[in-house]
Structure formats: structure tokens, C-alpha cells
Design a protein around this ligand. Structure first.
Ligand code: UDX
Length: 475
């Protein structure tokens, strides 16, 4: 395909119209394609770094919201950042030709799991790059941020071989809920490049972070692509490791939270991501480990990552375990039981319900005939769209009214700090399943609750020494 390298006729709305207009100064003209959790934050942060930025998305409602400095989703700090950068060189468009003056364009579109397969669907990345090829000058560099199967950048570059456009990969490690800080002050920057042109541009883009000592790893494109999936595979493995240990703790009457504290003091291990409980979800970790498995298998290295299938299986078992605990708590049959579910987002500080363990458990309980009322500080609207069959309530108190069992499935701070005595007054039976090991078990027990954590003995069993089969045998 021969893509035109000359600019089309439509003038950009508010960025420099000359290709390379940022050359010679610290300021660049930066395009961002895809304004989801990643792209919207990236665009606002780029403007905060002093660049002229134009964000492009096909979703007119999203673009309209961002133009009015409204965040189209829940992300702490994003609206403040949008307000700060509003009118300061940050613009949004639904017209890709408005990107024609960009020095560098970041591709931040989704790579969801293909329906019925493990592999990632890269069609949006491909479409974005093809659209950019029609409008960008040959001097521009296209920088992928989306998480892609290794080899994608090289394939995309091949499609652009008739142009002077260059493709680089600069994976993103931001966590939802901390996305602004993670973008402005990242742990590290990874530049997968084939030329000093791209490296120089990326160093200018991130000059502020680099000046404050952020490590920069300059490498080839496949390594950069793999860094991202390897990081997510490691994090997923760490979580499933502790959840596997939690299963053993349950069998042995041991306490996984104390165990995690103890092994976490070893700084080769570290305490982070050893939170045993309901396991991981969201738009990244689950689909990334599956896509990694699929790609490694294509490359003939499937055996090397075979353990990720087990990581996934351990993770999914957590959901079944919580359903089992809820069933047992209400006497063995969920039909007709009233269940309060605290949390719908895949984690706190997010309204994202993609592959949310909390919402999955709620739906499974409903499928067994329970009356399930879900609450969440931010994710109820998204949850309702995905699961209209569930009931929703605005607060934990309202969701718990008349409940036979309360499930804490997403550990929002406001749920951690619930007064157990006050909640006990509204439920039918004071039983709580703390699927994130986030509550003070002794305090809840003292307020009359039957408290169950995951991978921990219940406070009542601890008090009598009955939790441990070892103790039981000795007695
Ligand atoms: C993740 C990576 O952290 C980030 O670097 C990458 O760019 C995108 O994927 P995110 O999906 O926002 O970020 O969430 P993260 O904070 O990593 O949590 C992922 C899941 O793991 C959540 O469902 C969380 O509840 C769960 N988790 C996390 C645990 O179950 N236990 C833990 O100890 C930590």
C-alpha cells in the first residue's frame, strides 16, 4: 500500500499545522489515537508536560466530554488535569486528519481478547495505523502504547514501508486509579525503536520525567512489546501464587495474610501484589496472560508459558470459591437468599467492570436464584449496563437491608471503614464474606458478625483453636 505522505486539505483545529512544528524547542505536537482509560490520561498528561496535544477518537460523546474538560470515566485526578490543561494546547477531535501536523502520534486503542479465543484482537491498532498513514507527514513517528502480541510493531512497519513513517513501541504501565501519577512520574520508560530519530523524539516527549531521574530503557521493538506482557504476566503470577497458597492455608487452618506479611519482608519477594482474595480482573491482566500464551504458542514457545494457564485457572477458582462460601453461609441453597454485594468495579478507584471478579460473582449468585443487590461508589452505571438482571443500591447500608449474607468483593476504602455494628442493624443475618481480606476480622466478629476471609481461619475458629486440623488432631 502506498500511503500519501503529503498533508490532506483539512486544517487541524488547534495544533501546529506544519509537520515537525515542535522541532527546535522542547514543545512537540503530539497526537493521541484512542481516548479510553489509557489515551485520555496520556493526552492530558502530554499537555501537562507542555506539549501541544490533539486527541482523536471515533466516539463523539467521549470527545465532547473531554472538550468540556469532563472525564468520560472515573479516574482520580483526571478532571483536575483536564481543567488545568483546558485551552492550553489540549484539543480533541473525531477527525483523524486533524492529526496531520503531529510530530509524534501515540496509538492507545484497545486490544481486547478475541471472542472464543485466547489471542488479542489487534484490528483497532491496525486500523489506527492505516488511518494515520493517510494523514501524517513522513517525518512523523507513530508510537504504539497499546499492549500487543510481540511482532505487531514490525508487521505494522512493514505495511508502511512505502512511506517514511516510522513505528516505535513505548509500552504503558499505568494502573487505573493511579493513571495520572503513573504517566507523569513513571517507574521507567521503555523505548522500542529502530532509529535515533524515534529515540530523540521520545526523549523530548518525556524530557521532564527523564530530567528527574526516571530510568530509560532503549531497546528493539520486540523487546519493548514483550516487556509489557512479561510485566503483566509476572504480576498475575504473583497474585495467583498467593491465592494458591491461600487454598493451602484454608486446608491447613493457616492465615495467608500473616504468611504474606512474613514472606513480604524478604525484599527479594516484597509484599506488593500478595493480596490474597478474589483475584485479578480488569481490561489488562486476564486478557494479557491469555494473549501471551496464544502468541508464545504461535512462536513455538508455548511450553515456556504453560504455567500461565494455571495462573488463569487459580484466578478463576477464586470466584467459584466465593460463590461456594456464600452458598454455605446461607445453608446450602442460594435460591431465594438475599445477598448484598459491596463492590462491582474490578478494583477500587475505578469504574471499570471489564472482567470484574466482583460482578462475575454477583452474576453467578443471581444465576443460582439469589436476590443480589450490588453497590459500588463508581461502577454501578457500568455494572447495570452489563448485568441489568441484578439489583443496585446507592450505598452499602441500602444494599445490605434484609441481607442473609454480605459479600465484600471490591475493597473500596469506604467499605473497609464501615461500622460493623451499624451494618449489623440492617441485615437479616450478620454474616460477611470478606473476599478481599480487607476488613478487621476481630472487629467484625466483636460486633456479632460471622466473618469469613479467604485463606484465613474465621475469628471464632481462631479463638477456640478449632481452625487448624493440626490442632484438632492434637486435641
Ligand atoms: C495492570 C498493571 O498493574 C499495569 O501496570 C498495566 O499497565 C495494566 O494492568 P490495572 O489493571 O489497572 O493495571 O490494575 P492492577 O492495580 O494491576 O490490579 C489488577 C487486578 O489485580 C485487580 O483486579 C486487583 O484487584 C488485583 N489484585 C492486585 C489482587 O487481587 N491482589 C493484589 O495483591 C493486587
Amino acid at each position: 500500500m502506498t500511503a500519501p505522505t503529503t498533508a490532506p486539505t483539512t486544517a487541524p483545529t488547534s495544533i501546529g499545522s506544519e509537520p515537525g512544528s515542535g522541532s527546535g524547542s522542547g514543545q512537540l505536537t503530539v497526537g493521541v489515537v484512542g481516548l479510553g482509560y489509557l489515551g485520555a490520561v496520556h493526552a492530558a498528561c502530554m499537555a501537562d508536560l507542555g506539549h501541544r496535544v490533539i486527541g482523536y477518537d471515533v466516539d463523539a460523546a467521549k470527545v465532547e466530554a473531554l472538550r468540556e474538560a469532563r472525564a468520560p470515566f472515573f479516574e482520580p485526578g483526571l478532571e483536575d488535569l483536564l481543567a488545568r490543561t483546558h485551552g492550553e494546547g489540549l484539543a480533541f477531535t473525531t477527525d483523524v486528519s486533524d492529526l496531520q501536523g503531529a510530530d509524534v502520534v501515540f496509538v492507545c486503542v484497545g486490544t481486547p481478547q478475541r471472542p472464543g479465543e485466547l489471542a488479542a484482537d489487534t484490528q483497532y491498532v491496525t486500523a489506527a495505523v492505516q488511518a494515520l498513514a493517510q494523514v501524517l507527514p513522513g517525518t512523523a513517528v507513530i508510537v504504539g502504547k497499546s499492549t500487543v502480541p510481540v511482532g505487531t510493531a514490525a508487521d505494522l512497519a512493514q505495511t508502511l514501508s512505502a512511506t517514511d513513517l516510522e513505528v516505535a513501541w513505548n509500552p504503558e504501565f499505568l494502573r487505573e486509579g493511579h493513571a495520572v501519577a503513573d504517566t507523569l512520574t513513571p517507574d521507567r520508560l521503555v523505548f522500542g525503536v529502530v532509529s535515533t530519530r524515534a529515540e530523540t523524539l521520545l526523549r523530548r516527549v518525556y524530557a521532564r520525567a527523564i530530567a528527574t531521574g526516571t530510568p530509560v530503557i532503549v531497546t528493539d521493538r520486540p523487546t519493548a512489546e514483550l516487556v509489557k506482557v512479561a510485566a503483566n504476566a509476572f504480576l498475575a503470577t504473583k497474585i495467583s501464587f498467593i491465592n494458591a497458597i491461600a487454598e493451602v492455608c484454608d486446608a491447613a487452618g493457616a492465615d495467608v495474610t500473616t504468611l504474606a506479611d512474613a514472606i513480604g519482608h524478604d525484599d527479594r519477594i516484597g509484599r506488593k501484589f500478595l493480596g490474597a482474595g478474589l483475584g485479578f480482573g480488569g481490561g489488562c491482566l486476564p486478557k494479557d496472560i491469555r494473549a501471551f500464551t496464544a502468541r508464545a504458542t504461535e512462536l513455538g514457545a508455548g511450553q515456556a508459558v504453560g504455567f500461565l494457564t494455571e495462573v488463569d485457572a487459580i484466578n478463576l477458582r477464586r470466584r467459584a470459591k466465593v460463590v461456594e462460601l456464600a452458598r454455605a453461609a446461607v445453608g446450602g441453597d442460594l435460591a431465594g437468599a438475599r445477598v448484598a454485594v459491596l463492590g462491582a468495579a474490578f478494583k477500587p478507584l475505578s469504574d471499570d467492570v471489564r472482567d470484574s471478579p466482583a460482578l462475575d460473582v454477583a452474576a453467578r449468585l443471581r444465576a443460582e436464584g439469589a436476590h443480589v443487590t450490588v453497590t459500588d461508589p463508581a461502577a454501578v452505571d457500568n455494572a447495570r449496563r452489563q448485568h441489568p438482571e441484578l439489583d443496585y443500591a446507592p450505598t452499602a447500608q441500602q444494599a445490605s437491608a434484609g441481607a442473609d449474607v454480605v459479600l465484600l468483593l471490591t475493597e473500596w476504602e469506604e467499605y473497609r471503614s464501615i461500622d460493623p455494628a451499624a451494618l449489623a442493624a440492617v441485615v437479616r443475618h450478620p454474616r460477611v464474606i470478606d473476599a478481599r481480606n480487607a476488613l478487621d476480622a476481630q472487629r467484625w466478629a466483636a460486633a456479632g458478625w460471622d466473618h469469613r476471609g479467604l485463606g484465613r481461619p474465621s475469628p471464632a475458629a481462631t479463638a477456640t483453636g478449632a481452625a487448624s486440623p493440626v490442632h484438632a488432631a492434637a486435641a
